[in-house]
Ligand binder design. Structure first.
Ligand SMILES: NC(=O)c1ccc[n+]([C@@H]2O[C@H](COP(=O)([O-])OP(=O)(O)OC[C@H]3O[C@@H](n4cnc5c(N)ncnc54)[C@H](O)[C@@H]3O)[C@@H](O)[C@H]2O)c1
Length: 318
C-alpha cells in the first residue's frame, strides 16, 4: 500500500512523539498530520526533531471536536489514535474525563475516519484492558476485564472501534501495549517520578508495598511495532510488550543505584490506589510472528533517560 498521508492524534505526548519520529523516518516522502490538544502531558517541543519539515503539519485541537476532521482527514491513508488521558491515578479522581477523551473521543475519531474514507485505522490501547493477571500470560483472545476507570475507558473504546470493522469493512488494528518507558514521559509515571525525586533530593514515593509487577518496553520498540503493523496488511488485535518483569520497588532501587543513593533512605511508601492491579502480563507471540522483536532494555537505557531528565526536568513545573 502506497502511503502518502498519515494522521496521528496525541503526537505531542510521550509515546505519540516517538511514534511520529518513527513514522517520519520509515515513510519517506509521506506527509504527517498531528492533532493534539496539548494538555499537561503534551508539548510541541517533543516534536522538535521533525516539526520544521514541510512534511509535518501540527494542529492544536481536541479529538472530540467532530468538525475538525473533515479538512484534516482529506486523502489520509492511515489514521492512528494515540491521544488519551493516560494516568490511572487521575482516572480515580476524574473518571468522566477519561470516558470523555478515551471512549467518546475514540468514537468520534473512528466515525470521522469512516466518513472521510480513511483506509486503515489504528487504535493504541493498553494491556490494562485485560485486568489483573496473577499468573500466566494473556493472548489477544483473552476476555477483557478492566479494573479501573482508565482501563475501562480504553476497553470501551476498543469494543466500539472493533465492532465497526464488520459493518464498514475497514482495516482496523488495535495495539495493546504494556508499560512504556523513555524520555519525555510525564513525571506522574513511575520512572520519571523516581528520577526527578532524586534529582530534587526528595524521597521516591512508592504506592503500597511496591511489590506490584510491571513489564517495560522502550518507546522506540513500541513505535517500531506500530510502524510494522501499519505496513502489514493485517487487521485485528496485537499485544506489544516486553518479556522482562520488574516490581515497582525494584525499578526504584535500580534508579537509586544509578544516583549512588541508599534505597532505604531515599524511598518512602505512600497510600496505594483504591485498586492497584498486582500484575499484568501479555503474550507477544502474535506480533513476533510478523518479525517484530524487542531490542532495548530498561536497565541499559536508564542512564541516558536520567541524563535527559537532569537536563529537562524543569519543563514539567513540578
Ligand atoms: N504510557 C504507557 O506506559 C502506555 C502503555 C500502554 C498504552 N498506552 C497508551 O498510549 C497512548 C499514549 O500514552 P502516553 O503515555 O504517551 O500518554 P500521555 O498522557 O503522555 O500523552 C497523551 C497525549 O494526548 C494528548 N491529548 C489528551 N487528550 C486529548 C484530546 N482530548 N484531544 C487531543 N489530544 C489529547 C495530550 O496532549 C498528550 O499529548 C494512550 O492511548 C495510552 O492509553 C500508554
Amino acid at each position: 500500500m502506497k502511503v502518502k498521508k498519515i494522521f496521528i492524534t496525541g503526537g505531542a505526548g510521550f509515546i505519540g512523539s516517538h511514534i511520529c519520529e518513527e513514522i517520519f523516518q520509515s515513510f519517506e516522502g509521506s506527509n504527517i498530520i498531528i492533532l493534539d490538544k496539548l494538555t499537561y502531558a503534551g508539548k510541541k517541543k517533543y516534536l522538535k526533531n521533525i516539526i520544521k519539515s514541510p512534511r509535518v503539519k501540527f494542529v492544536k485541537g481536541d479529538i472530540r471536536n467532530y468538525k475538525i476532521y473533515k479538512k484534516l482527514l482529506k486523502n489520509v491513508d492511515i489514521a492512528i489514535n494515540v491521544a488519551a488521558e493516560s494516568h490511572v491515578d487521575n482516572s480515580f479522581k476524574s473518571p468522566l474525563s477519561f470516558t470523555s477523551t478515551n471512549t467518546l473521543g475514540a468514537h468520534i475519531f473512528l466515525l470521522s475516519c469512516i466518513e472521510n474514507n480513511v483506509r486503515r485505522i489504528l487504535q493504541v490501547s493498553s494491556d490494562e484492558v485485560y485486568g489483573e493477571m496473577i499468573r500466566g500470560k494473556c493472548n489477544e483472545n483473552q476476555k477483557i476485564n478492566p479494573t479501573n476507570p482508565y482501563s475501562a475507558s480504553k476497553a470501551a473504546a476498543e469494543i466500539i472501534i472493533n465492532s465497526h470493522k464488520y459493518a464498514y469493512k475497514k482495516d482496523i488494528l488495535t495495539v495493546r501495549g504494556n508499560n512504556v518507558y523513555g524520555i519525555r514521559q510525564h513525571p506522574e509515571k513511575l520512572i520519571p517520578r523516581c528520577i526527578i525525586s532524586l534529582i530534587k533530593n526528595k524521597k521516591i514515593p512508592i504506592h503500597g508495598n511496591g511489590m506490584n509487577q510491571r513489564y517495560y518496553l522502550s518507546a522506540h520498540d513500541f513505535a517500531k511495532a506500530i510502524v510494522l503493523l501499519i505496513k502489514k496488511k493485517d487487521r485485528g488485535i496485537y499485544n506489544v510488550g516486553s518479556e522482562t518483569e520488574y516490581s515497582n520497588i525494584k525499578v526504584a532501587k535500580e534508579i537509586c543505584k544509578l544516583f549512588k543513593k541508599e534505597p532505604s533512605k531515599n524511598i518512602k511508601f505512600v497510600k496505594d490506589r483504591p485498586y492497584n492491579d498486582k500484575r499484568y502480563s501479555i503474550s507477544v507471540n502474535k506480533i513476533k510472528k510478523l518479525g517484530w522483536k524487542q531490542k532495548d532494555n530498561l536497565i541499559n537505557d536508564l542512564p541516558q533517560i536520567i541524563e535527559w531528565y537532569k537536563k529537562n526536568y524543569k519543563i514539567f513545573n513540578i
